[in-house]
Design a protein around this ligand. Structure first.
Ligand code: CTP
Length: 397
């Protein structure tokens, strides 16, 4: 994904600096070369020796190191990379960047660089929430810097909340997005995924067996081709992919609201297994078990999100891709579904229990378009996703 790219990695002085050792390794696995730079404080957390050993390059530390200036001046050093990544970006480093300071090698490089910059903030929750940090963040974003994280979770200081540095894989996904030069660069693509939960009462709901694996793989494949992906997901078993905008919903009604909120898009892929019905009157309190008196649930029809978007008079995506989950007469049923809903393409799959597709890692699909029906051999859901993403890229070109 990052073959031939060079990352200038500025390691700030926070406990998360240890994660940079792993980040260097992972970047190299993706084909990138890493030029490491460390602030003075960073060297309290990890040694230049470990960093240099992993990077396979000198860890630059000092602005006034004459040898470095002879080998490579700081201006040149700031320009060698395709991307400058600051990780961890501490509160202090962010403040210096926002204020335009240049009092050490790291900040001078950041001032002198003409390449895009990404920061991975990491700090205690109170420091993160401090008005000054949020002001600095807004300034840096306004200056066009890319930001990845921070995540929410337990911290080295024992507190819990936002402030944990993004994991190396998330930073790499984000780098991939910034450097992506794929055919979908600049295209906005919506993907719906996962099941929906239709509430019966505050503790019970109606659901289906969708794991969200296929939709997640599609979102990830589209992002890898450079698309800006907006991922609207029901409560899935699998984690949403990194590098996409995630909108989490529960019910079909919420999914429709979310979808309407993200339009217009260049293409929409509707991979969610949306419940066709909801319980007409959701009980506000838990329905109690009464001996001999079974509750009777009355159903109401859910909105058909795919059909509504496909039939929009204004703001319809240029390409609308639906899915058809069938157990019988797969191609015939899916062909009729495409007609009925008005989408451009339908990806039909056989979800009979014996296929193991629903909840499994493989899929065998037919792609139905204006041009006819194509049967794809059974393959991994990630391969189906890549193939579909490439087809979408071809259609939007
Ligand atoms: N879909 C949707 N909103 C719904 C139901 C389905 O957007 N309320 C979308 C799905 O995301 C999928 C396509 O419609 O892209 C087909 O879903 P599927 O469950 O196969 O078909 P249904 O319309 O539910 O028809 P049936 O259950 O009768 O097969």
């Amino acid at each position: 994904m990052l073959a031939g790219k060079r990352i200038l990695l500025i390691i700030g002085g926070g406990i998360a600096a240890y994660k940079c050792l792993d980040l260097i390794r992972r970047l190299q696995e993706h084909g990138a070369a890493v030029t490491p730079v460390m602030t003075r404080a960073a060297q309290q957390f990890v040694t230049p020796l470990s960093v240099a050993a992993l990077a396979g390059e000198k860890a630059y530390t000092d602005l006034f190191d004459l040898t470095d200036e002879a080998e490579m001046g700081h201006i040149q050093l700031s320009r060698v990379a395709d991307l400058v990544v600051v990780a961890p970006a501490t509160a202090d480093l962010m403040a210096k960047m926002a204020g335009g300071h240049a009092d050490d090698l790291a900040t001078t490089l950041l001032m002198a660089t003409d390449t895009p910059v990404m920061i991975a903030p990491s700090m205690n929750i109170r420091m993160w929430e401090r008005a000054s940090t949020q002001r600095n963040l807004a300034t840096l974003q306004g200056d066009g810097m890319h930001v990845v994280g921070p995540n929410e979770g337990g911290m080295a200081c024992g507190e819990y909340g936002p402030g944990r540095m993004a994991e190396p894989f998330e930073i790499i996904e984000a780098i991939g997005r910034v450097l992506a030069n794929g055919p979908l660069k600049g295209k906005r693509v919506l993907v719906t995924s996962g099941p929906t939960h239709e509430p019966i009462d505050p503790v019970r709901y109606i659901a289906n067996r969708s794991s969200g694996a296929q939709g997640t793989a599609i979102a990830s494949a589209l992002a890898a081709l450079g698309a800006d992906v907006i991922f609207v997901t029901g409560p899935a078993d699998v984690l949403p992919p990194a590098g996409v905008e995630v909108i989490a919903v529960q019910s079909a009604a919420e999914m429709l609201d979310a979808v309407e909120g993200v339009l217009p898009v260049d293409a929409g892929v509707f991979a969610a297994a949306v419940a066709d019905w909801r319980v007409k009157r959701e009980s506000g309190s838990k329905i109690k078990k009464v001996k001999g008196a079974l509750p009777i649930l009355e159903f109401a029809e859910n909105p058909d999100i795919l059909a509504e978007v496909s039939q929009m008079k204004k703001g319809r995506p240029g390409l609308v891709v639906g899915f058809a989950a069938e157990t019988d007469d797969v191609v015939d049923n899916a062909t009729a579904k495409r007609q009925r809903k008005g989408c451009d393409w339908i990806v039909a799959n056989d979800v009979s229990p014996e296929t193991g597709i629903m909840g499994g890692s493989e899929n065998a699909v037919h792609l139905i378009t204006d041009a006819g029906v194509e049967g794809w051999p059974r393959m991994g859901k990630d391969q189906v996703a890549r193939k579909l993403a490439e087809r979408i890229a071809g259609a939007l070109a």
